[in-house]
Design a protein around this ligand. Structure first.
Ligand SMILES: [Zn+2]
Length: 304
Protein backbone atom coordinates (compact mmCIF):
# COMPACT_ATOMS: atom_id res chain seq x y z
CA UNK A 1 0.00 0.00 0.00
CA UNK A 2 1.52 3.31 -1.10
CA UNK A 3 1.92 6.13 1.42
CA UNK A 4 2.34 8.81 -1.26
CA UNK A 5 0.11 8.68 -4.35
CA UNK A 6 -0.76 11.22 -7.02
CA UNK A 7 -4.32 11.12 -8.41
CA UNK A 8 -5.10 13.02 -11.60
CA UNK A 9 -8.56 14.59 -11.68
CA UNK A 10 -8.04 16.73 -14.78
CA UNK A 11 -5.14 17.16 -17.21
CA UNK A 12 -6.60 19.35 -19.94
CA UNK A 13 -5.94 23.06 -20.45
CA UNK A 14 -8.07 26.20 -20.65
CA UNK A 15 -10.19 25.58 -23.74
CA UNK A 16 -12.97 23.13 -22.81
CA UNK A 17 -12.99 19.84 -24.65
CA UNK A 18 -14.61 16.45 -24.12
CA UNK A 19 -11.13 14.88 -24.28
CA UNK A 20 -9.86 16.08 -20.91
CA UNK A 21 -11.03 17.93 -17.82
CA UNK A 22 -9.41 21.16 -16.61
CA UNK A 23 -6.49 21.04 -14.16
CA UNK A 24 -6.78 19.34 -10.80
CA UNK A 25 -4.79 16.73 -8.97
CA UNK A 26 -4.81 15.20 -5.48
CA UNK A 27 -1.84 14.05 -3.46
CA UNK A 28 -2.62 11.36 -0.92
CA UNK A 29 0.12 11.41 1.69
CA UNK A 30 -0.62 8.91 4.45
CA UNK A 31 -4.38 9.39 4.00
CA UNK A 32 -4.16 13.19 4.16
CA UNK A 33 -5.39 14.66 0.89
CA UNK A 34 -3.82 17.76 -0.67
CA UNK A 35 -5.47 19.16 -3.79
CA UNK A 36 -3.48 21.16 -6.32
CA UNK A 37 -5.73 23.37 -8.46
CA UNK A 38 -9.44 22.84 -8.80
CA UNK A 39 -10.65 23.18 -12.38
CA UNK A 40 -14.31 22.81 -13.30
CA UNK A 41 -15.69 19.37 -12.46
CA UNK A 42 -12.87 18.49 -10.06
CA UNK A 43 -15.28 17.40 -7.34
CA UNK A 44 -16.93 14.83 -9.63
CA UNK A 45 -13.55 13.45 -10.67
CA UNK A 46 -12.65 13.36 -6.96
CA UNK A 47 -15.72 11.19 -6.28
CA UNK A 48 -14.98 8.93 -9.25
CA UNK A 49 -11.58 8.19 -7.76
CA UNK A 50 -13.33 7.29 -4.47
CA UNK A 51 -11.34 9.85 -2.52
CA UNK A 52 -12.81 10.99 0.79
CA UNK A 53 -13.91 14.61 1.17
CA UNK A 54 -13.41 14.31 4.94
CA UNK A 55 -9.68 13.77 4.31
CA UNK A 56 -9.27 16.94 2.25
CA UNK A 57 -7.79 19.73 4.35
CA UNK A 58 -5.54 21.70 1.99
CA UNK A 59 -6.08 23.17 -1.48
CA UNK A 60 -3.12 24.77 -3.25
CA UNK A 61 -3.73 27.10 -6.20
CA UNK A 62 -0.88 27.60 -8.67
CA UNK A 63 -2.44 30.72 -10.20
CA UNK A 64 -5.74 32.47 -10.76
CA UNK A 65 -6.82 31.32 -14.20
CA UNK A 66 -10.30 29.86 -14.50
CA UNK A 67 -9.19 26.43 -15.70
CA UNK A 68 -7.43 26.02 -12.32
CA UNK A 69 -10.07 27.58 -10.04
CA UNK A 70 -13.61 27.31 -11.42
CA UNK A 71 -14.29 24.01 -9.61
CA UNK A 72 -13.69 25.52 -6.19
CA UNK A 73 -17.11 27.09 -5.41
CA UNK A 74 -18.78 23.78 -6.32
CA UNK A 75 -16.36 21.77 -4.21
CA UNK A 76 -16.71 24.06 -1.19
CA UNK A 77 -20.51 23.95 -1.58
CA UNK A 78 -20.39 20.15 -1.55
CA UNK A 79 -18.14 20.09 1.51
CA UNK A 80 -20.71 22.35 3.20
CA UNK A 81 -23.60 20.03 2.29
CA UNK A 82 -21.70 17.01 3.53
CA UNK A 83 -21.00 18.72 6.84
CA UNK A 84 -17.29 18.19 6.43
CA UNK A 85 -16.19 18.11 10.04
CA UNK A 86 -13.04 20.21 9.91
CA UNK A 87 -11.32 23.22 8.50
CA UNK A 88 -10.05 23.64 4.95
CA UNK A 89 -7.06 25.83 4.11
CA UNK A 90 -6.73 27.40 0.68
CA UNK A 91 -3.19 28.44 -0.23
CA UNK A 92 -3.39 31.27 -2.72
CA UNK A 93 -2.29 34.82 -3.49
CA UNK A 94 -3.91 37.87 -1.79
CA UNK A 95 -6.04 38.43 -4.87
CA UNK A 96 -7.31 34.85 -4.72
CA UNK A 97 -8.31 35.27 -1.09
CA UNK A 98 -10.27 38.44 -1.93
CA UNK A 99 -12.09 36.96 -4.93
CA UNK A 100 -12.85 33.60 -3.35
CA UNK A 101 -14.06 35.16 -0.08
CA UNK A 102 -16.67 37.13 -2.06
CA UNK A 103 -17.76 34.03 -3.98
CA UNK A 104 -18.02 31.86 -0.86
CA UNK A 105 -19.88 34.60 1.05
CA UNK A 106 -22.47 34.71 -1.70
CA UNK A 107 -22.84 31.07 -2.77
CA UNK A 108 -21.79 29.07 0.28
CA UNK A 109 -23.20 31.15 3.14
CA UNK A 110 -23.86 28.46 5.66
CA UNK A 111 -20.59 26.64 5.71
CA UNK A 112 -20.47 24.51 8.87
CA UNK A 113 -16.66 24.58 8.94
CA UNK A 114 -13.89 27.07 8.76
CA UNK A 115 -12.23 28.13 5.52
CA UNK A 116 -8.77 29.49 6.20
CA UNK A 117 -6.61 31.26 3.69
CA UNK A 118 -2.87 30.99 3.69
CA UNK A 119 -1.78 33.97 1.60
CA UNK A 120 1.28 33.09 -0.44
CA UNK A 121 3.60 35.17 -2.60
CA UNK A 122 4.81 34.30 -6.09
CA UNK A 123 8.34 33.61 -4.79
CA UNK A 124 10.36 30.85 -3.15
CA UNK A 125 9.16 29.92 0.34
CA UNK A 126 8.08 27.03 2.55
CA UNK A 127 4.32 27.56 2.80
CA UNK A 128 3.22 24.43 4.67
CA UNK A 129 4.84 22.17 7.21
CA UNK A 130 3.61 19.17 9.21
CA UNK A 131 5.49 16.50 11.17
CA UNK A 132 6.09 14.53 8.01
CA UNK A 133 5.80 16.87 5.03
CA UNK A 134 6.76 20.32 3.77
CA UNK A 135 5.46 22.20 0.75
CA UNK A 136 7.51 24.93 -0.90
CA UNK A 137 6.80 27.26 -3.79
CA UNK A 138 8.86 28.01 -6.88
CA UNK A 139 7.96 31.06 -9.01
CA UNK A 140 7.01 30.23 -12.60
CA UNK A 141 6.72 32.32 -15.76
CA UNK A 142 3.16 32.56 -17.02
CA UNK A 143 0.86 35.41 -18.05
CA UNK A 144 -0.14 36.04 -14.41
CA UNK A 145 1.67 35.40 -11.09
CA UNK A 146 2.11 31.64 -10.82
CA UNK A 147 3.95 29.16 -8.59
CA UNK A 148 4.91 25.53 -8.69
CA UNK A 149 4.79 23.39 -5.54
CA UNK A 150 7.30 20.85 -4.24
CA UNK A 151 5.95 18.35 -1.71
CA UNK A 152 8.81 16.87 0.30
CA UNK A 153 8.71 14.28 3.01
CA UNK A 154 10.83 15.07 6.02
CA UNK A 155 13.73 12.76 6.89
CA UNK A 156 12.38 9.50 8.18
CA UNK A 157 13.42 7.55 11.28
CA UNK A 158 15.96 4.75 11.07
CA UNK A 159 14.74 1.13 11.07
CA UNK A 160 15.30 -0.90 14.24
CA UNK A 161 17.25 -4.14 13.81
CA UNK A 162 15.18 -6.16 16.25
CA UNK A 163 17.72 -8.96 16.62
CA UNK A 164 20.43 -6.52 17.60
CA UNK A 165 18.29 -4.47 20.03
CA UNK A 166 17.19 -7.73 21.73
CA UNK A 167 20.78 -8.98 21.82
CA UNK A 168 21.99 -5.78 23.52
CA UNK A 169 18.97 -5.65 25.84
CA UNK A 170 17.60 -2.30 24.64
CA UNK A 171 14.40 -1.64 26.63
CA UNK A 172 11.21 -0.95 24.64
CA UNK A 173 10.87 2.61 25.94
CA UNK A 174 14.24 3.46 24.33
CA UNK A 175 13.31 2.30 20.83
CA UNK A 176 11.96 5.65 19.57
CA UNK A 177 15.17 7.39 20.62
CA UNK A 178 17.24 4.69 18.93
CA UNK A 179 15.15 5.15 15.76
CA UNK A 180 15.94 8.88 15.97
CA UNK A 181 19.68 8.08 15.96
CA UNK A 182 20.78 7.84 19.63
CA UNK A 183 23.42 5.34 20.75
CA UNK A 184 22.50 2.88 23.51
CA UNK A 185 24.42 3.02 26.78
CA UNK A 186 24.32 -0.24 28.70
CA UNK A 187 23.99 -0.23 32.52
CA UNK A 188 27.74 -1.03 32.75
CA UNK A 189 28.54 2.09 30.68
CA UNK A 190 29.35 0.30 27.41
CA UNK A 191 28.23 2.35 24.40
CA UNK A 192 26.52 0.45 21.57
CA UNK A 193 26.70 2.74 18.51
CA UNK A 194 23.44 3.43 16.74
CA UNK A 195 24.64 1.93 13.44
CA UNK A 196 24.84 -1.49 15.16
CA UNK A 197 21.19 -1.30 16.22
CA UNK A 198 19.52 0.19 13.17
CA UNK A 199 19.49 0.18 9.39
CA UNK A 200 19.23 3.23 7.10
CA UNK A 201 15.84 4.96 6.93
CA UNK A 202 13.62 4.77 3.85
CA UNK A 203 14.58 7.78 1.69
CA UNK A 204 12.07 10.66 1.83
CA UNK A 205 9.78 10.97 -1.20
CA UNK A 206 9.41 14.16 -3.25
CA UNK A 207 6.82 15.34 -5.76
CA UNK A 208 7.00 18.54 -7.80
CA UNK A 209 4.01 20.16 -9.51
CA UNK A 210 4.88 22.64 -12.26
CA UNK A 211 1.90 24.21 -14.05
CA UNK A 212 1.58 26.58 -16.01
CA UNK A 213 4.88 27.95 -17.24
CA UNK A 214 7.00 28.71 -20.23
CA UNK A 215 10.25 26.72 -20.42
CA UNK A 216 12.64 27.82 -17.67
CA UNK A 217 16.03 26.09 -17.79
CA UNK A 218 16.84 27.34 -14.26
CA UNK A 219 13.79 25.53 -12.90
CA UNK A 220 15.60 22.19 -12.81
CA UNK A 221 18.02 23.36 -10.12
CA UNK A 222 15.18 24.69 -8.00
CA UNK A 223 13.13 21.50 -8.25
CA UNK A 224 15.95 19.04 -7.53
CA UNK A 225 15.90 15.25 -7.79
CA UNK A 226 12.23 14.47 -7.17
CA UNK A 227 10.63 11.03 -7.40
CA UNK A 228 7.94 12.38 -9.72
CA UNK A 229 7.74 15.65 -11.63
CA UNK A 230 4.49 16.86 -13.09
CA UNK A 231 5.50 19.46 -15.67
CA UNK A 232 2.91 20.93 -17.99
CA UNK A 233 3.10 19.79 -21.61
CA UNK A 234 0.53 22.06 -23.23
CA UNK A 235 2.05 21.81 -26.71
CA UNK A 236 4.12 19.58 -28.95
CA UNK A 237 7.29 20.95 -30.56
CA UNK A 238 5.43 21.55 -33.82
CA UNK A 239 3.59 24.40 -32.02
CA UNK A 240 6.61 25.59 -30.06
CA UNK A 241 6.26 29.14 -31.41
CA UNK A 242 2.94 29.44 -29.51
CA UNK A 243 4.26 28.04 -26.24
CA UNK A 244 6.43 30.84 -24.83
CA UNK A 245 4.16 33.80 -25.79
CA UNK A 246 1.25 32.04 -24.05
CA UNK A 247 3.34 31.10 -21.02
CA UNK A 248 3.43 27.37 -21.73
CA UNK A 249 5.88 24.56 -22.52
CA UNK A 250 6.22 21.72 -25.00
CA UNK A 251 6.60 18.05 -24.11
CA UNK A 252 10.24 18.22 -25.16
CA UNK A 253 10.90 21.20 -22.88
CA UNK A 254 9.21 19.45 -19.92
CA UNK A 255 11.46 16.45 -20.55
CA UNK A 256 14.55 18.68 -20.50
CA UNK A 257 13.52 20.02 -17.09
CA UNK A 258 12.93 16.46 -15.80
CA UNK A 259 16.31 15.33 -17.11
CA UNK A 260 18.19 18.35 -15.73
CA UNK A 261 16.45 18.18 -12.34
CA UNK A 262 17.44 14.51 -11.96
CA UNK A 263 13.78 13.51 -11.60
CA UNK A 264 12.99 9.80 -11.55
CA UNK A 265 9.82 10.13 -13.63
CA UNK A 266 7.94 12.78 -15.59
CA UNK A 267 4.15 13.08 -15.61
CA UNK A 268 2.69 14.93 -18.62
CA UNK A 269 -0.48 17.06 -18.75
CA UNK A 270 -2.32 20.37 -19.27
CA UNK A 271 -2.78 19.27 -22.87
CA UNK A 272 -4.06 21.75 -25.41
CA UNK A 273 -7.44 20.69 -26.82
CA UNK A 274 -6.08 21.03 -30.38
CA UNK A 275 -4.59 17.51 -30.23
CA UNK A 276 -6.28 14.13 -30.63
CA UNK A 277 -3.43 11.66 -30.21
CA UNK A 278 -2.00 12.27 -26.75
CA UNK A 279 0.54 9.44 -27.02
CA UNK A 280 2.57 11.92 -29.11
CA UNK A 281 3.36 13.83 -25.91
CA UNK A 282 4.94 10.75 -24.37
CA UNK A 283 6.85 9.92 -27.53
CA UNK A 284 8.22 13.44 -27.89
CA UNK A 285 9.30 13.65 -24.23
CA UNK A 286 10.92 10.20 -24.36
CA UNK A 287 13.37 11.41 -26.98
CA UNK A 288 14.94 13.47 -24.17
CA UNK A 289 14.02 11.63 -20.97
CA UNK A 290 13.11 7.93 -20.86
CA UNK A 291 10.79 7.70 -17.84
CA UNK A 292 7.59 9.39 -18.98
CA UNK A 293 4.09 8.66 -17.68
CA UNK A 294 1.29 9.69 -20.01
CA UNK A 295 -1.26 11.46 -17.85
CA UNK A 296 -4.99 10.91 -18.05
CA UNK A 297 -8.03 11.47 -15.85
CA UNK A 298 -8.36 8.73 -13.24
CA UNK A 299 -4.67 7.89 -13.26
CA UNK A 300 -2.99 7.22 -9.90
CA UNK A 301 0.78 7.09 -9.56
CA UNK A 302 2.31 5.72 -6.35
CA UNK A 303 5.68 7.26 -5.51
CA UNK A 304 6.91 4.40 -3.31
ZN1 LIG B 1 -3.97 26.43 -17.19
Amino acid sequence: MSTFTIHTLGCGSAKPSPKHQPSSLVINHRENLFMVDCGEGAQLAFMRQRLKFSRLRHIFLTHLHGDHVFGLPGLIGTLALQGNGGHVTIHTFEEGKRILTDIFNFFCREIPFEINFNVIEPGEAVIYESNSLTVRTIPLRHRVPDVGFVFEEKGKLRHIDRKMTDFHGVPTFMLNRIKAGEDFIKPDGTVVPNRMLTTAPTPPLRYAHISDTMYMPELAGKIGPVDLLFHETTYLEEHKSMAAPRGHSTARQAAMVARDAGAKRLLTGHYSSRYDDFTLFKREAEEIFPHVILNNEGLSVPLD
